[in-house]
Design a protein around this ligand. Structure first.
Ligand SMILES: [Zn+2]
Length: 120
């Protein structure tokens, strides 16, 4: 008897579930937006005013504005997007230099080991 009552209350709770998104929609920061959950106790550095998506840095926020909301940017937002894009390009260039240096180092070590093995 109690199990059927439990089931009926579970079903009642299940039908109440659709009312929950309305409560999460009132979340001012948008932490519960699907696909963009933050770890507990972590606050975003910036949040998009247009789609409520949180970002770990303001640079990521500026890049998001230029790539997703490009049609509605103000002059200041476009300027920040171009600065962030340039900073990202510089970081990517340095990353590529590090990858090339790592590959060259591994190749040099491999050649040295091969030469040592052949001389034995
Ligand atoms: Zn957005």
């Amino acid at each position: 008897m109690t199990t059927t009552q439990d089931r009926s209350t579970d079903e009642a709770n299940a039908t109440d579930e659709p009312s929950d998104p309305s409560s999460s929609a009132t979340n001012p920061v948008g932490h519960s937006q699907p696909g963009f959950e933050l770890p507990d106790g972590e606050e975003p550095a910036a949040t998009c005013e247009r789609c409520a998506r949180p970002f770990p840095t303001t640079m990521h926020h500026d890049l998001h504005l230029g790539e997703v909301h490009a049609e509605a940017l103000t002059g200041r937002e476009r300027e920040r997007y171009e600065d962030a894009l340039e900073a990202e390009t510089d970081e990517l260039f340095v990353y590529h230099l590090k990858v090339i240096a790592a590959l060259a180092g591994m190749y040099a070590v491999l050649v040295l080991v091969y030469m040592v093995v052949l001389s034995l």
